[in-house]
Design a protein around this ligand. Sequence first.
Ligand SMILES: Cc1ncc(COP(=O)(O)O)c(C=O)c1O
Length: 402
Amino acid sequence: MFDSIIKDKLAQRDNLGLLRRRIVADEISAAYLTVDNKQYINFASNDYLGIASDNTAETLLATEKYKDKHLTAGAMASPLVVGRHKIHQELEQLLLDWVGAPQTYDCLLFGSGYSANTGVISALFNDKNKDALLVQDKFNHASLMDVGRNSQALGHCRQLRFMHNDLTSLASILAKSAHDKSARDIQNKLVVTEGVFSMDGDQPDLLQLTQISKANNAWLMLDDAHGIGIHGQNGAGSLSAQKMALTDCDILVITFGKAIGAQGAAVIATKQTIEYLTNFSRDYIYSTHLSPLQSAAAIVNIKNIQADDWRREKLAENIEYFKTHMSQCKFTLANSNSPIQPIIIGDETKAVQLSEQLKANGVWASAMRYPTVAKQQARLRITISAAHSKQQLDQLIQQVSA
Ligand SMILES: Cc1ncc(COP(=O)(O)O)c(C=O)c1O
């Protein structure tokens, strides 16, 4: 039975210092975390703008506009069965306007970013009889890698990974893999990258990625989970930040669980592609739709994000402060200008030890280890928020430098 496999695998992980344990927090906000009645400064949340912490359930529910809309917590069924609520449509339109989508584009909501990514890729690669190629940055999120691996195992595509943010490596893979076994051109090619990499905080050169993809007749999919809200005009995301149009990529994924401070995700693409996903994305079809209450929360938060330039300004100031004061520290910081500021430790056990040492001194910073990152690439994934004060940043810097 499974008992011995389960026991062995857990013991193996434990011996390698890789065992994960769940914790219960009494209270979580962007700046603080309380566990077992002890308060920590929180450097592990993705509430980069502090919006999730400011707009709690009480403030959201009191929002005048949504008071009389009879918004339910649950969507009651898949959107294709009971229909989607007007609040979903309002959120879709808000997102389309935010990212500057033309009339020919549409938006589809999902319950999570993980589901959006698997829903898109498994729908695009769902045919055993077609030769298809999926090319991903080596550091792409697990949701993207998992669905790619599964699609390849089903014989629906070949998945290749290019060296992280290395566009020569991407161009070379695309050039070498342009043909199938019978020397015919491969028709269906998808390049996938992130706007801001979740474990490294760095960003790709989107203009070059677009150019290389187009030159090789490949579509480009951008997962902007960590770019939306933070970068670009009014927080419109990585494309806007790099002075590019939405139409420069073929599929955009936005998640609501990071800077937007809610839950869920959206896919934005041409109307035809969205119609295709509506019909072929199993994650969309066979799952209860995004909660109407969550959709309202996302709308309220996005409107705040668009209006509150001070949040992005304060965040940028905090990131700059952290980087400047950390430059004397013995550890290496990654090359990141985003709220994700990993301190690279390497050894897994040492990363956990440092994380525990910080916790003992009232600072919460999670150690990221294999398999979340590569072996011997363990790190503290520090996340900076607009909600942090200079004193809190100083405390982190002092603790890490000690
Ligand atoms: C780049 C990226 N994409 C997708 C996801 C998944 O999003 P969600 O948490 O909404 O499932 C994450 C979450 O960490 C992520 O970092």
